[in-house]
Ligand binder design. Sequence first.
Ligand code: PMP
Ligand code: GLN
Length: 399
Amino acid sequence: MPPGPASAETALGSPLVERFGAFGETVFTTFSALAAQTGAINLGQGVPDGPGLPLAIEVAAGAMAQGRNQYPPLAGTPELLTAIAAHQRRFRGIELDPERAILVTVGATEAMAAAVTALCEPGDEVVVFEPCYDAYAPAVAMAQGVVRTVALEAPAYTFTDAALDAAISERTRLVVVNTPHNPTGRVFGRPELERIADRCRRHDLVCLVDEVYEHLIFEGAHLSMASLDAMAERTLSISSAAKTFSLTGWKIGWITGTPELISAVRTVKQYLTFAAGTPLQLGVAAALGTDDATYAAIADDLKVRRDLLCSGLRQLGLEVHLPAAGYFAMVDLTSVTDLDADTWCRALGREAGVIAIPGSAFAPSSGTHLARFAFCKGESVLAAALERLAAVDLSAIGR
Ligand code: PMP
Ligand code: GLN
């Protein structure tokens, strides 16, 4: 008998490994499908409806036409590595060796999964601030690690030292920080980052910082964890072209850190995807070098749309937690319903024709009265969504 599973039942009846069983389908897939089925305006998944930064598109299209269509080097094209190093110097005051301290990845998502896999042994613990982006826990599951959560308490979405200390143990290996933050739009300030950095230094932890919204800030300023005292040596910083340049379909991201940490991540990444997107990498390289006025215009334009959506939602009697950054606004539903957010958001799609994401997708226990609305959409789309919401009785949704 050839070696194999004991029975077809165990091999095929329930083929997904147990540690992944809880994840099912991503909330973005579920709610985008609901939008498509019902014809609802999709303020769920963070997908801009614009075409993306023209400069990036022109350069990528030119590169394709010139035949730059084969595998890039594993770490990324020299053009993009140089552009990322220049970006980190220009905006963060951080000097990086383009050949050893930077890795281009298939979006921030691959960077996160490769980093966690590279740095965690089975059973190692990873501290995550909750609510959090939905891809973090599965990345930890891939590495057979264990998630420990620190609550960010609404509406300020801050954390206490006691909660942070309680989440750290002998088995802690990594702390994942996302600033600016999805889903809340918070920009972590220096005192908060210092409190995290202090634990990382004391307990010898690596800090994995997701900065994909670094340029989409309306109030405050982005501070890189890697720029804090003695943190460069224990920080991996992740970013992406997706959000800044409205290029979510390109999946060009990157991770930066010490040559030792990057070498570890590269070892895993080479067998996940090897490398991807040569002409797209060239487009992103050009985009990163764009002038200050273009970066400022991207954030200013998004701020107009944030204000349009948030003031409109407030006029409808909803309690909006105004985001300082990013693509999304969190809304407290308690003023309109006592239904749980998942039930209410599904009903909202069907009955009002607008999709929002239930907060429980980002914080299963505490997000049940919150909903996340995306404003990375054209003004006419946002206005149409507000009109639809105004046309229904929000307290009757799902009844
Ligand atoms: N991190 C956060 C906080 C996000 O919101 C997203 C969604 N864009 C990602 C990572 C994934 O980025 P990418 O599309 O570059 O994989
Ligand atoms: N980052 C996007 C969001 O939070 C979704 C990305 C995805 O669909 N996986 O909406």
